[in-house]
Design a protein around this ligand. Structure first.
Ligand code: AMP
Length: 279
């Protein structure tokens, strides 16, 4: 596995692979890797000739400086994990490498995706996400990019960005990996105490319950039930629970189109998100 720190070295490596006719599959991450990240890498390995992961904790997408500061960074462990799962190259740039000059404030039109759900609670987050992912796409020049359903709104934002810049990159949305108890895997889960972890299970449990009730109950009632179940759980502060159309994330009014339930909550000091396709 090539460990690459600079744009120059990455560009040389990419050029060599392309000259050999190899396709490139890209998995952008912020590190503290778990089986969810590895499942994306494995898909990249199956679907393309060369897999590239990036590990970069992007400061411009954090709304809470404390969250940025305490974001886990176990680099050596991450590199060993990637190596053992046949990652062809990992790009590990510094902040100065990604943001060398004071650049003009980044802004692209993301429509309502910027202001609803995650956008309400993390203003500016998706501008930061598109800013860094655009730079990474330009640097890696992948044929396919692999993102997790876990961050569902992010996948729609990336789709919009690809359209905006007309980038010829295929976006693959990959299923959410969960621990045995149902908790969606996340780099932030290590911050949960055993008691908080137990409490956090209300998120996946509620989503699964709502999916079960879905055929028999009206949407408005399902949303009320979902919110109530989470609000009843001590130690969990609900930010939102919504049933939305899957293509736009606008509130779902009937069951004629594909829908998704999405949730965000704080458990102790840790913010968690999760979602489930309803149909
Ligand atoms: P992150 O390092 O949190 O920025 O995540 C990097 C990528 O891994 C994103 O596309 C996430 O959606 C994806 N990811 C995070 N958690 C999971 C999970 N539990 N299952 C599948 N993919 C995930």
């Amino acid at each position: 596995m090539q460990i690459i720190y600079t744009h120059q070295d990455l560009s040389d490596w990419v050029a060599t692979q392309k000259k050999q006719g190899c396709t490139i599959g890209f998995v952008p991450t912020m590190g503290a890797l778990h089986a969810g990240h590895i499942s994306l890498l494995e898909l990249a390995n199956v679907q393309t000739d060369r897999s590239v992961c990036s590990i970069f904790v992007n400061p411009t997408q954090f709304t809470d400086p404390k969250d940025l500061e305490r974001y886990p960074r176990p680099l050596e462990k991450d590199l060993a994990l990637l190596r053992s799962h046949r990652c062809a190259a990992v790009f590990v740039p510094s902040v100065a490498e990604m943001y060398p000059v004071d650049e003009a404030k980044w802004h692209i039109d993301l429509g309502s995706l910027e202001t609803i759900l995650e956008g309400t609670f993390r203003p500016g987050h998706y501008q930061g996400v598109t800013q860094i992912v655009y730079k990474l796409f330009k640097a890696v020049q992948p044929d396919k990019a692999f993102f997790g359903q876990k961050d569902f709104q992010q996948t729609l934002v990336i789709k919009k960005m690809l359209e905006h810049f007309q980038l010829p990159i295929e976006l693959q949305v990959c299923p959410t990996l969960r621990d045995e108890d149902g908790l969606a895997m996340s780099s932030r889960n290590i911050h949960l105490s055993p008691e908080e972890r137990r409490r956090a299970l209300v998120l996946s449990r509620t989503l699964a319950h709502i999916k079960e009730l879905y055929p028999a109950y009206p949407l408005s009632e399902l949303e009320v039930i979902g919110k109530a179940l989470i609000q009843e759980q001590e130690g969990v502060d609900l930010e939102y629970f919504g049933i939305r159309y899957r293509d736009t994330l606008e509130p779902a009014r009937d069951k004629d189109k594909a829908t998704i339930a999405l949730v965000a909550a704080k458990v102790g000091g840790t913010r968690l998100i999760d979602n489930e396709y309803l149909h």
